[in-house]
Design a protein around this ligand. Structure first.
Ligand code: V55
Ligand code: FE
Length: 494
């Protein structure tokens, strides 16, 4: 054996996914009693969990997209004004095999044809996108694999879950919806065999954690279905021309391509009757849904009106996945749109209104108001009136601001995080169980890029421009992440 076989070295590539503030962190940390500037509200007792993609090893193929990093969960636990930080990798099958081999064995994002032969047939799920808390259990989710259950106190991985065999699919969305009235979790899976196909499965999980219902329907083509919309009586999916084909994957091409020659479709499914009563609506433009705020119904002159509220862009997510036809196409920013579907009329068009006239992403609402009309909307954004844009990172331009839209007054309010600071997804926590809509706090991880550190910032959700109520300072950086979930101490204790 030569020395390179004995010690092949371990070095991350010098590119935007692995460099500087985006560099893998790889530290599993326990920090007790974080420094706090200001005062953590005494009523804020519980834990904020959020997921991130933090590559454990340099990529097998020499490069990678940041979406393919290993799931690393960050938890800030609040107790009587004190805060502790815990970070742990999810022990996925991928993580365990690579840790054992001391190197990457899996190749490109969702592409088994690029994996090392020794992991043939193994699951490539990174469990890196979001957190679900339901029926007293905590899960790390990624749309290309099944849920991984974690111990909410220790973040120890308890195992991959299939709801006692009821989940047949190999995949489960990272964006299930929780029904605040029924306590149900509505979820879905797509590409359920782990390869591209046009089928989508819808699941209902009851408040005790039993998967009680699975329904399947076929979409017009295979697309990335990252998020979903659920109102009191309807489920909707936006099928966007982010497409996949087995032949392209077999050739080693990216899993997704943006193909704007295809139509964007909306599937509307009544929750009670199911897919037997589903309808398709047709978008006038090929557009991409990034994430959803909410869906709600009202009575109109023609019967039920279904409103779908989400961030929409007119390009694909080109920083991650190429345009199928035009390699020089440029990524366009998402804006908040309300799509209004007249369910009482036979036509398949719908009305589009840009209700957020400001670039944004990572939408949040008060979760107690999910599935009905809401007044308050929060999202990540930039605002060059308040401070300059930050240089692009691996997922586009970092936010410099969080924004609040009061849709009753139409007023937009911003919190600018400061020079070289980048807030991430905002997450709303009500002040109390019966507080008015929007009365509570907005939590966000904030990158302090010059200091190579992270803070967790607590804002008054209806007074963002007043600045933080408290800044919980980490002595280190945690990797930039995706989606989080608050869990009250009373729920954690049960
Ligand atoms: C998204 C994120 C993903 C993914 C597919 O936000 C889509 C969109 C973090 O992983 O795999
Ligand atoms: Fe997402």
């Amino acid at each position: 054996m030569d020395s390179t076989t004995l010690n092949p070295g371990l070095q991350f590539p010098d590119d935007v996914v692995f460099r500087g503030y985006a560099a893998p962190v790889r530290i599993e940390a326990d920090v007790h009693d974080l420094e706090v500037v200001g005062q953590i509200p005494a009523a804020l007792n519980g834990a904020y969990f959020r997921n991130s993609a933090d590559h454990c090893y340099p990529p097998l193929l020499g490069k990678d997209i940041f979406l393919n990093g290993d799931g690393m969960v960050h938890c800030v636990r609040f107790e009587n004004g004190h805060a502790d930080l815990k970070t742990r990798y999810v022990r996925t099958e991928k993580f365990r095999r690579e840790r054992q081999a001391r190197r990457a064995l899996f190749g490109a994002y969702r592409n088994a044809f690029t994996d090392s032969p020794e992991v043939a047939g193994c699951d490539n799920n990174t469990a890196n996108t979001s957190m679900l808390w339901h029926h007293g259990k905590l899960y790390a989710l990624k749309e290309s694999g099944r849920p991984y259950e974690l111990d909410p106190m220790t973040l120890e991985t308890l195992g991959e879950r299939d709801f006692n065999g009821a989940l047949k699919s190999r995949t489960f969305t990272a964006h299930p919806k929780l029904d605040p009235e029924t306590g149900e979790c509505i979820a879905f899976g797509y590409n359920t065999e782990g390869v591209p196909d046009p089928w989508i499965e819808i699941y209902t999980i009851d408040p005790e954690g039993t998967l009680t219902r699975t329904e399947r329907f076929e979409a017009p083509y295979c697309s990335m279905v990252h998020d979903m919309l659920v109102s009191r009586h309807y489920i909707a999916f936006v099928v966007c021309p982010m497409t996949s084909e087995l032949e392209r994957i077999q050739r080693g091409e990216p899993y997704w391509h943006w193909d704007n020659t295809r139509t964007t479709w909306v599937a509307v499914i009544p929750r009670r009757e199911g897919v037997a009563q589903m309808r398709w609506f047709r978008s006038a433009r090929p557009v991409f849904q990034t994430h959803t705020f909410n869906a709600w119904e009202e009575d109109g002159p023609h019967g039920t009106r279904l409103h779908l509220e989400h961030f929409i862009t007119e390009s694909g997510w080109l920083s991650q996945f190429p345009d199928l036809h035009d390699p020089s196409a440029e990524e366009k920013p998402p804006f908040g749109e309300r799509w209004t579907l007249e369910l009482g009329l036979p036509h398949d068009g719908f009305e589009v209104r840009r209700f957020i006239q400001h670039v944004g992403e990572m939408p949040a609402i008060d979760p107690r108001y999910a599935m009905k009309r809401t007044r308050h909307y929060w999202f990540g954004t930039s605002n060059t009136d308040l401070g300059p844009m930050l240089p692009w990172g691996p997922k586009g331009p970092p936010f410099t601001c969080l924004a609040h839209l009061d849709n009753e007054t139409g007023k937009l309010d911003f919190w600018y995080a400061g020079a070289d600071s980048s807030p991430e997804e905002p997450h709303f926590v009500p002040r109390s169980a019966d507080a008015a809509e929007g009365d509570g706090w907005l939590l966000s991880m904030v990158g302090r890029r010059a200091e190579n550190r992270t803070d967790l910032v607590i804002l008054d959700a209806l007074r963002l421009s007043a600045g933080p109520v408290a800044v919980v300072k980490f002595p280190c950086r945690v990797h930039e992440g995706f989606h989080g979930q608050w869990v009250n101490a009373s729920a954690l204790a049960r």
